[in-house]
Ligand binder design. Structure first.
Ligand SMILES: Cc1cc2nc3c(=O)[nH]c(=O)nc-3n(C[C@H](O)[C@H](O)[C@H](O)COP(=O)(O)OP(=O)(O)OC[C@H]3O[C@@H](n4cnc5c(N)ncnc54)[C@H](O)[C@@H]3O)c2cc1C
Ligand SMILES: *[C@@H]1O[C@H](CO)[C@@H](O)[C@H](O)[C@H]1NC(C)=O
Ligand SMILES: *[C@@H]1O[C@H](CO)[C@@H](O)[C@H](O)[C@H]1NC(C)=O
Ligand SMILES: *[C@@H]1O[C@H](CO)[C@@H](O)[C@H](O)[C@H]1NC(C)=O
Length: 486
């Protein structure tokens, strides 16, 4: 087994002493580097993106040692889990040393180490062969948690989710055995790893389909500012329904709502500017009629591939391999609406009335983002449902319309976190009323307020019984841990 970069931590120091010699002896015998609480750089190494969580720490090790000592292990990729779940184990396996990216020019298949962050991965794929693949906008997000749970970018309606591009995975199983997992080799595990990955295996390398990077990318946005809840709700309804019915798959499309009546339609169009203009003109005409002629503030830029990723990131794509230090302190919830059921004007009026009349607690800031996943020709929805016998992924939302995210953070992104922010966010969703109650949620936007049982149903729906059965086969001792998984 390769020398993974292992970190272990344990909240209860006394309990740790009983594991300590078993673990450290086992690790030392295998020459695995061990990072201790006393090591330089420790606190930076263990800091999750979400500073609302402050995991208490300890060591570096291997899955076999976790088995021997019978401790729960979690894997840390980019550390961007909304619940800091990569750091939730007694032992934490840090993948940061897996930084290789290669591209097979003949097949277009890229092999990507599990320690890559999205920005560095995208840069490398472009350098290697002007290729790209669908993924999120934040350069610091790790491929480890992204490609195992979902992975949405504005190009996902065109190309699929990140997990849809995965054709093979090099893994270490819970019993310490290395394996390559594909649709035909450990097929059950392949289905589980593409959607509910954390807790089913430690992935060391992803093999993914790539696409020729589009040379013309239209970075577009149109913004309005509304002074009443009813005006904002009417605009939202029109924009929501237009996208669902009319947006071609080349049009990445999202609705952003912010404080003070802020309302933005934005995305990227992957194609010529004249085509973009023809497609967007009817939307702008519709918005004009709904808003009583209000003039949006607009930005439409023609960019190359890397420049468009950089524009979406709002920063350089390059992130340091060691010492990554970008954080927030926040709580977020998500809902996946069904393609067959956009939210009604009544639900939207409830939401905007709440937003217009509620002061966020303690200077918190917030945004709401509704990204279109479905709509005409969406590749995300072109795959069979997870329960179909032909399905090779447990991702549950193949009939999705929009994935909504409700996100609030401390004003300066630093602790302390006022728990009233959690209620504030829950009430945003609650204000939509019965239509939003019980809707599925998007697993990459982990909601640590869900119980494990509720989380499983919201994230994986009808796939839960099969996931439980696979888990009991591949990890009967429960060594690999995901607090909301199996
Ligand atoms: C600022 C920000 C922006 C985001 N933008 C987007 C976006 O545009 N689109 C989108 O879809 N999502 C987005 N997300 C959500 C993101 O996809 C998830 O948080 C993702 O799970 C993070 O992966 P990670 O490796 O960085 O996190 P980690 O916290 O390291 O890991 C997340 C989970 O995956 C497990 N895991 C990680 N690596 C491995 C591995 N090699 N083997 C097995 N399990 C592993 C961990 O144990 C943990 O349970 C964003 C998140 C943040 C914080
Ligand atoms: C990365 O690639 C180099 C050169 O091909 C190889 O020697 C090394 O083993 C690879 N490392 C990992 C972690 O895959
Ligand atoms: C790209 O669009 C976003 C809005 O989606 C905007 O914030 C950004 O400034 C734009 N950047 C460029 C370079 O056009
Ligand atoms: C490890 O687990 C896998 C998957 O359950 C199994 O196929 C394999 O035989 C196991 N190996 C050992 C050495 O127990």
């Amino acid at each position: 087994m390769r020398a993974l970069h292992f970190i272990a931590w344990l909240p209860l120091a006394s309990a740790f002493n009983s594991y300590r010699s078993t673990l450290t002896d086992c690790l030392n015998a295998g020459s695995v580097p061990i990072l201790l609480t006393s090591s330089p750089g420790w606190s930076q190494e263990i800091a999750p993106y979400n500073l609302r969580f402050t995991p208490a720490p300890t060591v570096r090790t291997a899955v076999k040692c976790a088995n021997k000592a019978n401790v729960k292990a979690t894997v840390k990729g980019g550390g961007h889990s909304y619940g800091a779940f990569g750091l939730a184990g007694t032992m934490v396996i840090d993948m940061m040393e897996f930084q290789n990216v290669t591209l097979d020019a003949a097949t277009g298949i890229a092999s990507v180490g599990a320690g890559l962050r999205l920005g560095n991965m995208a840069t490398k794929l472009f350098q290697l062969g002007q290729r790209g693949l669908p993924h999120g906008t934040c350069p610091g997000v790790g491929i480890g948690g992204h490609a195992t749970l979902g992975g949405f970018g504005l190009d996902s309606r065109l190309w699929g989710l990140t997990l849809d591009t995965v054709v093979a995975l090099d893994v270490v199983l819970a019993n310490g055995t290395a394996a390559t997992v594909t649709a035909t080799q450990h097929g059950d595990l392949f289905w589980a790893l593409r959607g509910a990955g954390p807790g089913f295996a430690v992935i060391t390398q992803f093999h993914m389909k790539t696409f020729p990077a589009p040379s013309v990318n239209i970075n577009w946005s149109h913004s309005w500012s509304f002074s009443s809840a009813s005006a904002a709700a009417a605009a939202f309804l029109a924009a929501q329904n237009w996208g669902q019915q009319n947006a071609p798959k080349e049009l990445g499309y999202g609705i952003v709502v912010g404080p003070a009546g802020g309302f933005t339609l934005r995305g990227v169009y992957y194609g010529a500017k004249s085509d973009y203009e023809a497609i967007i003109a009817p939307l702008l005409a519709l918005m004009k009629s709904v808003t009583g002629g209000a003039q949006p503030s607009s930005s439409v830029q023609v960019l190359g591939w890397i420049d468009s990723l950089t524009a979406l990131a709002g920063s350089s794509l390059s992130t340091p391999v060691q010492g990554y230090d970008l954080h927030d302190t926040f709580y977020a919830k998500s809902i996946d609406t069904k393609e067959s059921a956009t939210l009604s004007i009544t639900a939207l009026q409830g939401l905007f009335k709440y937003l217009f009349t509620t002061t966020p607690p303690g200077g918190a800031q917030w945004f709401i983002l509704a990204n279109l996943y479905g709509g005409p020709g969406s590749v995300i929805n072109s795959f069979p449902p997870s329960t179909d016998p032909s399905s090779t992924s447990c991702y549950a939302n193949r009939d999705g319309g929009y994935v909504w995210q409700f996100y609030a953070f401390t004003g300066n992104s630093q602790p302390p976190f006022n728990p009233a922010i959690i209620t504030f966010v829950k009430n945003m969703v609650g204000s939509l009323g019965a239509e939003a109650a019980g809707l599925p949620a998007y697993a990459p936007y982990a909601d640590p307020q869900f119980t494990q049982t509720e989380a499983q149903v919201r994230y994986w729906g009808a796939g839960v019984p099969r996931l439980k059965a696979i888990k009991s086969q591949v990890d009967p001792k429960g060594i690999l841990y995901n607090p909301q998984g199996f």
